[in-house]
Write a protein that binds this ligand. Structure first.
Ligand code: SF4
Length: 178
């Protein structure tokens, strides 16, 4: 447990970079990884496990800085969609996670794989305690139908929506492990 706390503290320290707060970085990273069904304030709130107020302030700050755009869904006017702007994508290049990524790269492949498997299991177990959503990868979801409409043209059986190869690698609020 002490090791997890130290790692979390170092990661939090690294995250104070380029004038953004850790939660603002997390929001940018989420928007870069989430699929089109999950880029909403509600999904971001669920992903961060934060309060609506924190997420709202985070989005206001990121929008003011020009890193995200908000728009109303054309099919459902009650839903707000969030997207990274070109400036937001550029900002992600300056992400403070770089030192941790270098440390990971320096590990042996076997150690890195074991760490990832263990960390994934721990994260899932911890999220489950709060009844949260795992936000897993789309292609590992029970609703994912590979090559349903031809090569690399996949389909979501839950949402009845086509999925591209790039969608398959994104995370999703509705994901349920296969
Ligand atoms: S297949 Fe699963 S993860 Fe992918 S979009 Fe559908 S519900 Fe989300």
């Amino acid at each position: 447990m002490a090791m997890i706390e130290r790692l979390a503290r170092i990661a939090a320290h690294d995250a104070h970079t380029a004038g953004l707060k850790p939660v603002q970085w997390e929001a940018l990273r989420f928007l870069a990884r989430a699929n089109r069904f999950s880029r909403t304030p509600g999904a971001l709130t669920a992903y961060l496990g934060a309060t609506k107020g924190t997420v709202s302030q985070t989005l206001i700050a990121l929008e003011r800085a020009g890193y995200i755009d908000k728009s109303t869904d054309t099919a459902d006017r009650r839903t707000v969609r969030i997207a990274l702007t070109a400036a937001g994508r550029k900002m992600l290049i300056r992400d403070g996670t770089e030192p941790m990524e270098h440390a990971l790269e320096a590990m042996s492949e076997a150690d890195r794989a074991a760490l990832m498997a263990g960390a994934t299991a721990l994260l899932k177990a911890r999220i489950a305690i709060d009844g949260g959503r795992p936000f897993g990868i789309c292609r590992d979801c029970r609703h994912f139908e590979r090559d349903a409409r031809g090569s690399r043209q996949h389909f979501c059986r839950l949402l009845a929506e086509p999925l591209s190869e790039s969608d398959a690698a994104d995370i999703c609020i509705e994901q349920q492990a296969a």
